[in-house]
Design a protein around this ligand. Sequence first.
Ligand code: NAD
Length: 492
Amino acid sequence: MAQQTALLETNYYGGAWQGNTASGTVDITNPATGEVHAQIGLSGPADVDAAVAAAVAAFPAWRRTPPQDRIQYLFRFRELLLKRADDIARTTTMENGKTFAEAKAELQRGIENVEVACGIPSLMQGYNLEDVASGIDEIMIRQPLGVAVAITPFNFPSMIPLWFLPYAIATGNTFILKPSERVPLTARLLFELLHETGLPAGVCNLVVGAKPAVDALLHHKDVRAISFVGSTPVAKYIYSEGSNYGKRVQCQGGAKNYVVVMPDADLDMTAKIVSDSAFGCAGQRCLAVSVAVTVGDAGKKFNQAIVDLASSIRTGNGLEKGVQMGPVITADSKSRILHLVEKGVKEGGKVLLDGRKSASGTTGNFIDPTILTGIDSSNPLTSTEIFGPVLTVNESNTLDDAIETLSASAFGNSAAIFTSSGAAARKFRYEVPAGNIGVNIGVAAPMAYFPFSGWRDSFMGVLHGQGKDAIEFYTDKKVVIERWPKEWARKF
Ligand code: NAD
């Protein structure tokens, strides 16, 4: 039920909250209840200009702040994130729909990035060599770029901003977050906590908006680097537009993740893990399994086991106890997903588990776990990203055939194999064209000290988010060659 709510200030720059209505306003709706719990303004170019100006102004002093001092703010931020974890998770559940436990888990993965970035005084070091020629030394030092921007999606409102923010500022850059306009309230809370750390004004800035705000950031002469996470069509646009305007750009795109189930796998364990992967966060994870390919006779047991497990998943409002799966983000997403399922069925697919008439009612965007089989490879259910709680199960005679099937996908975010054979696992790891590989793992999410990889249409760029790649992305290398003839020392 829509109700009148006050317009919330969601832009933060120059160390203060700022209003913005340049590109209109949007209601933030709880996907589980349909209730509007906030109304926000959308930024336009003038808001972006003001935020970039604040970030530019803060850069010289921040860059000169010793790394050891810069990370003290991150230590404080980590403590506040832990202290306010329940509030952050509740906010995420209310605007995104995932369960409270899922929201807390994603925050934990975000906090791990803050912890890794606290190692910047070691991680950011360059290297040197004396006597590259007689009396000549060579030094490589890393310097921050200037103003860095991250544009993030709706599905991980706390974690994904933290893939970028801690590394960007720890390396001495100033930073602007442009979160998804569908989930701005979690980002707002993160910035309230950053404000509490006493971080100097302009070091971290928040601009909430849609395409007009993104375009203003892409085209701004003072923005040096852009990180993007979201769907592939937008990733491609941002990669080409940002590069065209001379920015350093990294774009993580959409996904279509396959799991191969071998007959020698522990099929009960596999069904449990694959069910969690496919239906966790209502399938709205870029690492969610979307297609399971069973090899040989694995399907006989696996299919029944996963249907049994998935049919017992309780959907509902993620703030209620016992709820295991929330709604999808919007009513439009729900109807898009249902349309895809209906098309799959119309074109010969068989429904093993039908979640189209969710028991959770009609006020929220609920779809219960849905499992289909017999879907042709050309059907959009197998060729496009669904981003909902829908799993397709296909059969294959051999591991080679299964690898060939998944290699035909345009995406390359993640793929997993379930097997007890080391040789099968190695072959899979070696041959599969995807950036994050799981072996008996359903969601192969790299820890903060490893790069969050992704290949083909799932990633555009060279350096990934997280870990050492983040240090490379956020710094420029400078090489200094020095000649100090020893004769000069004799003068003293
Ligand atoms: P999205 O592409 O719609 O939006 C992402 C961001 O881009 C938002 O901040 C949005 O405001 C902005 N945006 C949207 N349309 C734009 C346009 N036309 N021009 C400029 N900016 C635009 O993505 P989403 O629906 O918020 O998130 C879901 C997608 O993100 C899925 O495709 C999912 O696979 C992907 N994702 C990928 C990863 C990964 O690591 N590869 C991680 C999480 C999510």
